[in-house]
Design a protein around this ligand. Structure first.
Ligand SMILES: Nc1ncnc2c1ncn2[C@@H]1O[C@H](COP(=O)(O)OP(=O)(O)O)[C@@H](O)[C@H]1O
Ligand SMILES: [Mg+2]
Length: 218
């Protein structure tokens, strides 16, 4: 049985694919058997990214497959250590299915109320359909340079009853350029950006460590 991470949002462009790819890359690098299920079948963002990565000869190779349904992806997931659902932007039944199947549900969000509001609404909706609160974690992504704004965003999410991972990934061209070359957010040319992304990764590693023992995981 794999550990399943679902990366979901109601809005598009919040960083789901970028976050999914970072998780897949770092655990693959650590020797885990990982796959991304790209659920944005029309866009196939992560699928195309993996192709760019191969073409650029960046190691390790990351497995990505686009799936039209969550059920199909879950049937494929069995033989992996870690399975990452890169969700399509919607508070849809697919999003609820992903969250239902996941051990960890990550909701990336920008720091503005316009970003926070729909993500918190989605999180409440997921709780309402039975997703345990303990599975849900927010990730601050594409933040600005104001620490006050970041602190306010953290408070907004925590006041709504949800946890937020330590750290925040800023909006930087360097992350986009890395993505364009098939690289992950922890593989940019800029040590400072890699470090900011790595803080988020460490939060995810901590959550995985605290999951119920699953058997053969490293
Ligand atoms: N931290 C960041 N700084 C700058 N651009 C980013 C950052 N994270 C993501 N992007 C860019 O923003 C766009 C949307 O990100 P993406 O991960 O595809 O979001 P989603 O999957 O939620 O739609 C992409 O062009 C991506 O390269
Ligand atoms: Mg995407």
């Amino acid at each position: 049985m794999p550990i399943v991470i679902g990366v979901v949002s109601q809005k598009g462009g919040v960083g789901k694919s970028t976050l999914s790819r970072m998780i897949a890359r770092d655990f693959t690098q650590a020797g885990w058997d990982v796959k991304i299920a790209d659920m944005d079948f029309q866009q196939g963002t992560s699928f195309h990214w993996a192709r760019s990565r191969n073409e650029a000869g960046v190691a390790p190779e990351i497995r990505v497959e686009a799936f039209a349904t969550v059920a199909k992806a879950l049937r494929d997931s069995e033989r992996f250590d870690l399975y990452v659902f890169d969700g399509a932007p919607a508070a849809s039944s697919a999003t609820r299915e992903i969250a239902g199947a996941a051990d960890i549900v990550l909701l990336p969000t920008g720091p503005a109320n316009d970003d926070l509001r729909p993500q918190v609404l989605l999180a409440h909706e997921l709780c309402k359909v039975g997703v345990p609160l303990a599975k849900i974690a927010f990730v601050l992504w594409r933040v600005g340079d104001s620490n006050i704004e970041i602190a306010d965003a953290r408070e907004y999410i925590e006041k709504a009853g949800f946890r937020v991972l330590p750290g925040a990934v800023p909006e930087r061209t360097g992350y986009r350029r890395a993505s364009d070359m098939g690289r992950a957010a922890t593989e940019t040319r800029f040590p400072e950006l890699n470090k900011r992304a790595d803080t988020i990764m460490q939060g995810i590693v901590e959550i995985i460590k605290n999951l119920e023992p699953q058997g053969a995981h490293a």
